[in-house]
Design a protein around this ligand. Structure first.
Ligand code: ZN
Length: 81
């Protein structure tokens, strides 16, 4: 194997400090998130993606849910003076 060949990483997706890079030469898949780099693979990327998506959905569901006892939040009238 030619180890002198530089690894040419390809950015698959990126937004700000979060990027997913892939090296076709050796099949390395990395998630760069801020100062952290997570080495992963295709299956783990899919797993992470689905877990994150579910977390988003669950969080949105919880935030849209009524407060305790199901009472509608009271809307306080503006201060009149
Ligand atoms: Zn590589």
């Amino acid at each position: 194997m030619n180890s002198n060949k530089p690894h040419k990483k390809v950015c698959l997706s990126g937004n700000g400090d979060c990027r997913v890079v892939f090296c076709p030469g050796c099949g390395t898949l990395e998630i760069n998130f801020g100062a952290s780099t997570i080495r992963t693979d295709y299956a783990s990327l899919h797993l992470l993606s689905s877990v994150l998506n579910r977390a988003k959905v669950q969080l949105a569901r919880m935030q849209n849910a009524s407060p305790a006892n199901g009472d509608a939040p009271q809307i306080r009238p503006g201060r009149v003076h």
